[in-house]
Design a protein around this ligand. Structure first.
Ligand code: GLU
Length: 255
């Protein structure tokens, strides 16, 4: 299977903005194992800005563009250094690709991106993609990595997009506010009822909430690709998700 795993900042970092070492080590171990089992794994990783915030000891996530971009420039190094070190332990070679909205919208650049990805996968590398936050501004940004994950999964004809977040999946209501909220295991069609379940749930460090995840689900399911939203707090869940077991919420690709 060709699997795109999107990891949000809230999964990678503690609330302090510093790396959740145990979590990231486990994630890299499981993804390495999935790759050893014959799957192609592509990572869309957030965390550049969040980790830059930690590394630069900023009090909170910046709101102005230049500070966000500066934090991303610092944090992206830390992020790739971490992935390189951890995946190397399992003999996997990582590759960094940073993209902006313009790269994806421009046909020639998109084709270059697809060709590079295809070659990297042929070479057995593990591509790690993030938005090029240091040059993206409002006009050319994709904005959130849920959408980026969906664009990547579609462009490279993935079989599955897994979005790991700090929420178990899509609930019938906001689980923080409503104790009767139920987790949906399977969504066959994204209709108005599903749209109505989107709360404004988000975290301190990340960018997307449920709305960006549903948007991502719409993009990929239209292309026949399944998408799963699951909690990133237990990386071992990735095995069950790949096996098609009931973890999180699975949006079924249109066949
Ligand atoms: N590209 C941003 C980062 O790496 C995150 C975007 C998102 O959280 O969706 O910090």
């Amino acid at each position: 299977m060709r699997i795109v795993v999107k990891i949000g900042t809230s999964t990678l970092a503690h609330k302090t903005g510093l790396l959740n070492i145990h979590r990231v080590e486990e994630l890299c171990k499981v993804m390495s194992d999935l790759k050893n089992a014959g799957n192609e794994v592509i990572l869309v990783s957030s965390g550049a800005i969040g980790m830059g915030v930690g590394k630069l000891s900023l009090a909170k996530k910046p709101t102005d563009i230049p500070t966000k971009q500066a934090a991303a420039a610092v944090g992206q190094c830390e992020l790739m250094y971490t992935y390189d070190r951890l995946f190397s332990q399992y003999n996997h070679t990582v590759a960094q690709i940073l993209v902006t909205g313009e790269d994806i919208e421009h046909a020639d650049r998109k084709l270059n991106f697809i060709n590079t990805m295809a070659r990297l996968l042929e070479l057995g590398a593990l591509p790690i993609i993030n938005e090029n936050d240091s040059v993206s501004t409002a006009e050319i940004e994709i904005g959130d990595n849920d959408t980026l994950g969906a664009i990547v999964a579609t462009a490279i004809h993935a079989d599955l997009l897994i979005i790991l977040s700090d929420i178990d999946g899509l609930y019938t209501a906001d689980p923080h506010k409503d104790s009767n909220a139920l987790l949906l295991h399977k969504v066959e069609k994204i209709d108005e009822k599903i749209e109505a379940m989107i709360g404004g749930v988000g975290s301190n460090l990340g960018t997307g909430g449920m709305a960006t995840k549903i948007k991502a689900a719409k993009i990929v399911t239209k292309q026949g690709i399944d998408m799963v939203i699951a909690n990133g707090d237990n990386p071992e869940n990735l095995y069950d998700i790949v096996d098609g077991k009931n973890v999180g919420t699975r949006f079924i690709g249109e066949k």
